[in-house]
Design a protein around this ligand. Structure first.
Ligand SMILES: [Ca+2]
Ligand SMILES: [Ca+2]
Length: 152
């Protein structure tokens, strides 16, 4: 009797980009072979640098699951265009076959979130030239002191 070697399942997980700006969307594609149609797979974001939490994403979760369709699963994350300066943050997305996250079958490469947001505008101050002929109660106009009278 002949035994056929069972086909070995294989998994890959690929992000649409590995360097992403805040406000941009990352699409991650899971591709399988020799995995039954409709198999549920589980993914989780794994923080590497900085603090990756729900606030870093304006859409998309920190973990999730989906079932394969045509050997594929895709899911998306949009990076929050926040007003927080956190510096560059890095994570990978890990793929598992079980909801307990014990059987890790594939990982993305490292994905960097570029901290492209601007901090909330802070007041700016311009240092005025000092005119020795003026006393600071006076405003300077064309290098001369002007006295502004109060309205009466
Ligand atoms: Ca963060
Ligand atoms: Ca930021």
């Amino acid at each position: 009797m002949l035994y056929q070697t069972p086909a070995v399942p294989s998994y890959s997980i690929t992000p649409s980009k590995t360097s992403i700006n805040e406000g941009e969307t990352l699409t991650t594609t899971v591709t399988t072979s020799n995995v039954a149609q409709g198999t549920t797979l589980y993914w989780i974001i794994d923080e590497h640098t900085g603090t990756i939490n729900a606030a870093d994403f304006s859409s998309g979760a920190l973990s999730g699951s989906d079932t394969t369709s045509n050997n594929t699963i895709t899911f998306s994350h949009t990076i929050a265009a926040d007003a927080t300066t956190e510096g560059e943050e890095k994570f990978i997305i890990k793929l598992y076959t079980d909801s307990g996250y014990t059987n890790n079958v594939a990982n993305t490469s490292l994905i960097s979130i570029n901290d492209t947001s601007q901090p909330p505008s802070s007041p700016t101050y311009v240092l005025s030239a000092f005119f020795p002929i003026c006393n600071r109660q006076y405003l300077v106009f064309a290098n001369k002191c002007c006295i502004f009278k109060d309205k009466t």
